[in-house]
Design a protein around this ligand. Structure first.
Ligand code: ASP
Length: 439
């Protein structure tokens, strides 16, 4: 058994959290490769080291005095060193970082130092080998992540090491300069390492015990999700559910490695499993509910639209000309509706309307704004009857007007559109009908 373990910022925020992490790793010999984030918030209102680094570097970039911020960063690490009585000094590293900041080395390098230094501490604390991510994670000339080169180098390097710490979030570009993934990118590094060493499990340790069926800010005490497939998760994260970085699924998916989301503060909780496929039925027909506010619908009417070849293409071309992507496109015999993100659409709205007129010659176009989309996702829906009916009746009982309904052809999800103002009420109504009434 071989496990790759990634720990998020809140799991490594101070010496006490480091100790919990140490205990988790020592409790299981198969936890051989460790990917740490930078120290995160110790309490609400605290600042993550990554944010301190960005702030510090934005001063360094304009040659302003950054000693104050730099001091705060140094303190975060020296507190951890002291708290764990580590026999290590980061003085030389800080000297070099300060020099590089003054030479305007770049924002990505600056941000990456949070993980780099934390990796060094973690390696010293565990007695594992430190592997600088810049030497094993690569981006190409265009700045895109280079999956093949990374996988080969990472695999070869780690094959020689019994145990190692590889800092998350960054790698190096074609010129050897440090480059980071987007925020939260240590999740991706963990996934890359899991793929490269052919891990049996990728454990992703954070501060919640896995995924919940709905957003706890909207639904009171939602139940946890025990098992979710990669595809279900992709649907839910696209719609706003965030525990794991969206791009972290791709590398493990290639090898079919399951991901186990775990809670550093409650290590006995089983957490959630993300798997390629499972015969396990979820307790409820649905696996999860997620949604987003802020969409517009563009309703296009034209008599005999159904028999006009190429109508849909012409309409979509109008959106393409303004470089807009669309979310959903339900249609009727003489009507077609396009859902787009409101923020992106509004600046181009008149351009799009005139383009639709020019290209597709519709009878009328009508725009509605302030709509929300809710995705009800579940592999169990395929074999259950009456799922859509239950959604409709739950929403009708809650006096919510449904503006759109779209069922994906995979039968993995049903999307409903409601007014922004009905968003929270609708999610609660759907949660109640599928989860509470089945308890
Ligand atoms: N430390 C980085 C961030 O705050 C990356 C990570 O934690 O995954 O975004």
């Amino acid at each position: 058994m071989l496990k790759v373990v990634k720990f998020g910022g809140s799991s490594l925020a101070d010496a006490a959290q480091f100790t919990k992490v140490g205990n988790i790793i020592k409790a299981d010999k198969s936890r051989r490769y460790v990917v740490p984030s930078a120290p995160g918030r110790r309490y609400s209102g605290d600042t993550k080291v990554t944010d301190l680094l960005y702030a510090c570097y934005s001063k360094a970039e304009v040659d302003a005095d950054f000693s104050n911020e730099f001091g705060l960063i140094k303190n975060r690490y020296s507190e951890i060193i002291k708290g764990l009585s580590l026999n290590i000094s980061l003085d030389k590293d800080f000297e070099e970082i300060e020099k590089n900041f003054k030479a305007h080395i770049g924002k990505d390098y600056a941000a990456s130092r949070g993980e780099f230094l934390n990796g060094k501490l973690m390696a010293a604390y565990l007695g594992f080998t430190f592997v600088d991510a810049a030497s094993v994670v690569f981006f190409d000339k265009e700045g895109e992540f280079d999956a093949d080169k990374t996988n080969e180098k990472l695999g070869k390097t780690l094959a020689k090491l019994e145990t190692a710490v590889i800092p998350g979030f960054y790698g190096s570009d074609a010129n050897g300069n440090v480059k980071t993934f987007s925020r939260g990118g240590s999740d991706i590094t963990g996934s890359l390492v899991a793929r490269a060493v052919h891990a049996d499990i990728y454990e992703n340790w954070t501060d919640v015990s896995g995924f919940l069926v709905a957003d706890p800010r909207i639904v009171k005490d939602p139940v946890p999700i025990e098992t979710i497939t990669y595809r279900e998760l992709r649907e839910l994260s696209y719609m706003g559910a965030s525990v794991l970085h969206e791009d972290a699924i791709f590398p493990v998916r290639i090898e079919g490695i399951p991901v186990n989301i775990r809670n550093t503060n409650c290590p006995d909780d089983p957490g959630s499993w993300i798997v390629e496929s499972t015969g396990k039925k979820s307790k409820y027909t649905i696996t999860g509910i997620a949604g987003k506010k802020g969409f517009c619908s563009i309703n296009i009417d034209k008599d005999m639209m159904n028999s006009e070849v190429g109508f849909g293409r012409k309409v979509l071309q109008a959106f393409e000309e303004s470089n807009l992507s669309f979310e959903h496109m339900p249609s009727g015999i003489d009507t077609m509706t396009i859902f787009v993100e409101q923020k992106a659409f509004i600046p181009h709205e008149q351009q799009v309307i005139s383009a639709i007129h020019r290209l597709a010659k519709p009878d009328t176009i009508d725009i509605e704004s302030d709509l929300a989309l809710i995705a009800i996702v579940g592999r169990g829906m395929k074999n259950a009857h009456g799922t859509a009916g239950r959604i409709f009746s739950a929403l009708a009982h809650a006096h919510i007007n449904i503006r759109m309904i779209d069922q994906g052809s995979s039968e993995l999800n049903i999307i409903v559109g409601v007014a922004n103002s009905d968003f929270e009420k609708a999610i609660n109504a759907i949660y109640n009908i599928f989860v509470l009434t089945q308890m």
